[in-house]
Design a protein around this ligand. Sequence first.
Ligand SMILES: [Fe+2]
Length: 290
Amino acid sequence: MTRRDFLKYSVRGLVAATVGTGVFNATAAQIELVRVPVKIRNLPVSLQGLKIGLLTDLHSSSIVSSRLIKASGDLLLSEKPDLIVMTGDFVSGATKFLSGSIGQFKREHVTRCAEALAHLKAPLGIYGVLGNHDFWSGAESVETICETFTRQMGTVWLRNRSVTLNRGGASFRLLGVDDYWEESCSLSAACRGIEADSIRILLSHNPDINDDISLSGKRIDLVLSGHTHGGQIVMPIVGQPVMPSKFGQKYRAGLVRDGDRQTYISRGVGCLLAPIRLNCPPEVTVLTLT
Ligand SMILES: [Fe+2]
């Protein structure tokens, strides 16, 4: 085989493998329900088995349908989570490279996203933090998202603060920060006033918050994130060469351990730039504490 033949067949093989392993047009039928047991040190007996439903990166826009968003909510509810958390990028924000119909902020994208999820309910409530895209269209976008989701589904926003949640006589702290790329992100504010021995679960759109956690020396038991979309387009062999993270591939998707701290990164539901996912289906996650 000549070198030219070798290259020709290699390229053909790569294309075949790419297409063959699955281009998803991000439809409701393609959503994967991912169940993740998470072992937490010193977890009180009453919190064992606690189910956390995680929705992230809905990216409500002209390329992400209400049907897909509603189907993600339906799937989550079918697991009967004790609480529901949403970790940002409710919309696709306006940027230099995302102008026009995809990136321009439109109130209707927020409204239809909240309407599609209005049926969500959980005994311990619904909590949210904002992602980079939610901030990128400015104050109107942030205010509209917060106000609409609170009105439609009673979402409690954790903007650099925490709440105490109780179950069966035991409690834990649920913390949240603004998006890591925003000046307003403050881990120290979120941690203010928390008890030394509390179980701590942090909502952060961007998993890179791990850098701040490590530098601060604060103990966080579990971080719940999205942001990376799992790569969204994942090529065989090549993988996902560009990741929006200072840690490269480390926090692309799944459960990642840093000492005693664990971070779960969901691939999210929606899409950016094009309504396509390759080898990376939309995800709804249910984490069970053990
Ligand atoms: Fe996103």
